[in-house]
Design a protein around this ligand. Sequence first.
Ligand code: PAF
Length: 266
Amino acid sequence: MKIFKSKQKLQSEISKIRNISFVPTMGGLHKGHIALFKKSKSLKSNILVSIFVNPKQFNDKKDYLNYPRNLRNDLSILKKFKVDFVYLPNKKDIFSYKTSNKIFLDKFSDRLCGKTRKGHFKGVINIVNRFLEIINPKYLVLGEKDFQQLYLIKKHILRNRIKTKIISCKTVREKNGVACSTRNNKLNSSQLYIASKIFNYIKLNKYSLFNNPNQIKRKVFEMGANKIDYVKIMNVKTLKKPKTNVEKFKIFIAYFLGKTRLIDNI
Ligand code: PAF
């Protein structure tokens, strides 16, 4: 496993490699990331993982400073999975060059997390685009838990005619149903229990509640959430409210347990 902190050195190492599978992360690696590494392996490509907590995608400075970081543990996980290359840029390395592509933000960025996290998706697309320009990977491997992020990155890639192919992976969950997330490290055991109750309630009642987000909100508060950013129910293709429960739809939620904000789509 080769570790790079400078984009020049990384580029001179990988410039001739045509089949790189790239997994961008902010560290705090968990089973969800491991599924992305395994998927990359199955693509018979060279795996490159980045770890960078991107300040531009945090709308709240405190949230950025408190984001869980554990580089030593992350590197040992990456070594175990025989990742080929790791890129650990610093802010100057990644933000100090002029990009060729323009950031494209689809209008879907104004909904769901975009409503309460101003500038978040612009920050995400900015960093992902920079990585793509530096690495020029064959594949970009992303998780479906961040449905809106995945959708917006796809649109940016399409609009800029970037050749990289997106490979998406299903959300990985703990045994209690809670979606794996770096932010779960911030939850105590009673908050984890509440998160699992919330997931199981939505999963069990998904089809009867397909047109009743307010009922879900009431119940999520009752179960112990202290704030809800949104509960939205959308057809995954049209991004509109489903008219019936036989359409392919998902329930999207963002809520707080204490100071920790969790998102899911079920
Ligand atoms: O999903 C994440 O961890 C981040 O948004 C990403 C894609 C690594 C960009 O910083």
